[in-house]
Design a protein around this ligand. Sequence first.
Ligand code: ADP
Ligand code: AMP
Length: 216
Amino acid sequence: MTGTSLVLLGPPGAGKGTQAARLEAASGFPHVATGDMLRMARSAGTPLGDRAKAYMDRGDLVPDDVIIGLIEERLSEDDAMKGVILDGFPRNPAQAKELDRLMETMGRELPLAVHIKVSREEVLARLTGRLVCERCQEAYHVMTRPPKTIGVCDKCGGRLVTRSDDSPETVRHRLQVYEEMTAPLIVYYGDLGRLREVDGERPVDDVARELLEAIS
Ligand code: ADP
Ligand code: AMP
């Protein structure tokens, strides 16, 4: 990987977090997931976490000013200087424009986006069986990627939980929000010549290989 930051695009359940963790291990670039950052703020009971709670529980986007403040701070940290793997950000055109503006101000290369393509049926099946580690956020699936010990993370021994927004009703709303607000980013990055696409319905290792090829 070069010094260019990556934006992972795709609906909830496309495998962005799963692939970002692998890319982080392969490249040394930090995995920056705004959803994980917000969940951490919530469990720490910070004012930002409290403000985000109602939006997240409904499956709506948290206001841009909250997210942009969070990302600006994260991009200024030392380990983010070489480049980052963005998962869950940007989520709408205003956030994408702000990201480019921030990168330009910081004198960094503009990010490349990769669209992980997955059908609606597949994401519904994935999200309704998803389990996540509450400590390190690693994703599992009750059927397709069960942990070695029930309820325990293979990587860090943390407790595995079902995300409260992975209920069938909230998932449907999140997919609608994705189509309306986030899917236009595929056109946004495509028009700028900064988009690659990968087939996200293949096994995790195959998607990871395709992703590395797409960005190399
Ligand atoms: P996102 O971060 O895009 O919401 P996750 O990485 O959390 O998605 O993956 C959602 C669910 O799908 C998890 O249960 C994960 O284990 C599973 N999953 C991820 N990639 C694949 C894949 N290529 N094939 C099958 N299941 C996958
Ligand atoms: P995720 O873990 O990416 O599925 O995000 C979980 C929830 O966090 C979303 O449904 C939103 O409520 C909120 N969220 C995460 N990232 C963003 C973002 N970039 N903009 C607005 N809301 C976000």
